[in-house]
Each structure stands twice: as C-alpha cells, then as structure tokens.
Design a protein around this ligand. Structure first.
Ligand code: ATP
Length: 387
C-alpha cells in the first residue's frame, strides 16, 4: 500500500479498511456532491449552485466531467481544476479524475433591449488624458481575448485620433451585405472604426447629434454577429462620446488607462467620475508605461515613479488590473499593424497585456452575473449527468 499521496486522516482510513480504494461503485451524485464543496473563487459560490458542472461520466474508478467557466479567459482555471481534482479524489473508489473546460460568457442583462442584439458585454476603455496608450491597450486586450477563444469586437470611437485600423493592419471595410455594414476582421477580432467613415487626411469635427447618430449606427447597423465582448476605444477625456454611448448602449463596465506620472493620475479621477455619473461600473484601472526592463541586465527601471497606479487604485477603491512595461516593440507593432501580443507573445509587455485581459474578463463576468434576473443563479441550465 502506498501512502505517499494521502493525508494522515486518509492514511488512517486506509489502514482501518475504510480506504478510498476499497469501497463500492462511485456514482455521479457523489461526484456532484463533492463538487458542491468547490467554490468559484470570484463568484463566491460553489460550482454546482452556479450550474457550472456538465457531463459527469463515471467508469469504475475513472471520473470525468466538464466545468463551464464564465469566460474562456478565466485567470483561475488551473486553481479551479486543482480544487475539483482534490474534492473528487476524496470520494472512496475514485482513482483518476479528468476535468474538461468549456465556457459560456454570461450576458450582461443591462444589454438586453438596446440597439445591439447578440452582444453580451460592452466594455469602454477610457483615459483621463491623451497619449497614455489607451488605443494600444484596447487593441491588445481585444486580441488577447480572441486568443483565449472569446468572440470579440473592437469599436474605435476615438473621434480625435481613430488609429485602431492602423494598429490592426486594416485599411478598409469589406463591402456591405444586405444593407448591413460588415465589420473588418483581423487577428480574430471584428473591427469597426470611425476612421473608416472619413478620409484619413480630413480633420473630423463631430458635433453632438452627428456623433450620436454615428455611434448608434456603429452599434445597431454593423453586423457584429454574436459577441462575448465588444471593446470600445473611447476618445481621451470625458464628453460627448461617453454620454452618447451610455445613452445608446448599456455599458457593462469601463476601465481607465493611466501612466504612473502624477499628472496622468490626477486625470484618472475625471475618467472615473464620468463613468460613475453615467452609472457605468468601473472594472479597474490599468497602468501603462509602468517601468522599463533593461535589455542588458533585466533590471526594472521605474522611469515615472513606482507604485503610483496601485496606490491610487487603493485610494479610490478600484482594482488595479495590471502594470504594463515600456517596450519600443509596442510602437513598432502599432505602426506595422501587428499588436504586441501577436508580434512578441513571449515579451513581458505581451504577457502583462494577456494577464490584464484575463483579469478584465473575470471582472466582467462578476459584474454581468450581478445583473441576472432574480431567481436565476449561475449559468442557468441544469447539470447533465451521464454514467
Ligand atoms: N507600453 C508601451 N511601451 C512603449 N510604447 C507604448 C506603450 N504603450 C503605448 N505606447 C506608444 O505610445 C504612443 C501612444 O499610444 P496610443 O496611441 O495607444 O495612446 P492613446 O492614449 O490612445 O493616445 P490618443 O489619446 O492620442 O488616442 C504610441 O506610439 C504607442 O505605440
């Protein structure tokens, strides 16, 4: 008898013939009961109550089942997997446990009944001031979420500098179909930009009503199809676009991008206040250009000061979704139409962006789950049990 993998209580149980390997047939009900002890770490409820367990299969001592996550970009996947294995392995008779994963992004119920159909969550990326890397962050988050397997759209609503087509390497829209505007597509992301509507060298002067109409069109007349996330790159600062967007579409939430300098941080407050005024939940702050990693010695240099974003986020009670280093390859990627998460996926800057996208997806799930109609818990359907 090998005791190596058992706790002292389990060892005692084995010695007295109550061992997990010696008892009768394992049932799917036992598996489900064991999974009732596994908490979804962010939703603070167990997997069974949240209806996240599907397809339990038991074959002798072999158990497999599927956990349906609320996002394919779940940052806690391996944590949940370990917890599931531990819980099910504790059932007497269980020898092997295999956990499969699937995902079903919850619909933000504020989204229903507005101009968009088929879009589950709309996330606005804003900044208090220009030039902090808001478009870069929005683009790389969108591509990161698509890389995780989500259905993603990216709407460039930055009327002052609609540069996302350039960053995504897209020059024009495909022809319309059935009188519907078709979005462009790059790196698995559907893309629409205010820049497609006007010649590149023509300055864009949008007055309130014109802007409002254009935004409604982007949301309602573009054939987005089914999307888990629509990421919206907002113009810097606060103003008409924010207001129009909040009126035309319910936003699931907003994030504010900043750099560590005091002046940028002071402007973040404006972005936060704008979201709060429009009743848009603030999902987090993202600090860009946080530090520079020396290519020769790997030391981090905090050029604009260290920890400003984190301190500020704590002060205002908003999560800091992550810190992104400075890297000249970001500029090259932006200019050549290849976002850094594609151009240099192993770089620290790409890794930071991928991680931020996961944190954001998790925050969106938590926020969307809070909008579920009363009586609906978790993902809705009843678990399927096969044995
Ligand atoms: N982490 C980074 N490292 C190096 N360069 C960066 C980084 N993030 C952004 N940049 C560069 O900074 C410049 C400004 O970025 P970006 O256009 O994304 O900012 P923005 O806040 O959207 O600006 P605007 O207000 O003009 O729309 C770009 O040249 C971009 O490539």
């Amino acid at each position: 008898m090998i005791f190596g993998t058992y706790t002292s209580t389990e060892r005692m149980a084995l010695m007295f013939g109550l061992g997990k390997k010696s008892s009768g047939t394992v049932t799917p009900e036992q598996v489900l009961d064991a999974l009732r002890t596994v908490q979804e770490p962010e939703l603070h409820r167990d997997l069974v109550t949240l209806n996240m367990v599907r397809d339990i299969k038991v074959d002798g001592g072999n158990v497999e089942f599927t956990v349906v996550l609320t996002t394919p970009a779940c940052p806690l996947r391996s944590h949940i997997e370990q917890d599931c294995i531990r819980a099910v392995q504790a059932i007497p008779g269980v020898e092997n446990v295999r956990v499969h994963f699937d995902s079903n992004v919850p619909q933000d119920h504020r989204m229903k009944g507005n101009v968009m159909t088929g879009i589950r969550n709309v996330i606005a990326v804003a900044s208090g001031k220009g030039g902090v890397g808001k478009s870069t962050v929005a683009t790389n988050i969108a591509v990161s979420l698509a890389l995780e397997g989500a259905r993603v759209g990216l709407l460039d609503a930055d009327i002052y500098g609609p540069n996302i087509p350039l960053m995504m390497g897209v020059k024009q829209l495909p022809p319309p179909q059935n009188n519907r505007i078709m979005p462009a597509e790059a790196y698995g992301v559907k893309l629409m930009s205010i820049g497609f509507m006007v010649p590149p060298d023509q300055p864009i002067v949008w007055r309130g009503p014109m802007l409002h109409t254009a935004l409604r069109q982007f949301l309602g007349d573009v054939e987005w199809g089914e999307l888990d996330y629509l990421i919206v790159d907002m113009p810097p600062g606060t103003g008409d676009v924010q207001l129009s967007l909040a009126q035309s579409a319910a936003l699931s939430g907003g994030v504010v991008v900043t750099t560590p300098q005091d002046v940028a941080l002071a402007d973040v407050r404006k972005g936060l206040v704008a979201f709060q005024k429009l009743n848009v939940p603030v999902l987090g702050i993202i600090e860009n250009m946080s530090y520079f990693v020396c290519p020769n010695c790997d030391t981090r240099h905090y050029i604009f000061g260290q920890g400003g974003g984190r301190k500020y986020a704590e002060e205002v009670g908003v999560p800091l979704l992550g810190e992104i280093p400075l890297d000249t390859r970001v500029v090259e990627g932006g200019d050549t139409g290849k976002p850094i998460v594609i151009a240099a996926p192993e770089s620290p800057v790409a890794q930071a962006l991928r991680d931020i996208a996961r944190q954001l997806a998790a925050a969106v799930s938590v926020s969307a789950m809070q909008t579920q109609p009363e009586g609906v818990i978790g993902l809705g359907d009843i678990p399927v049990m096969n044995d």
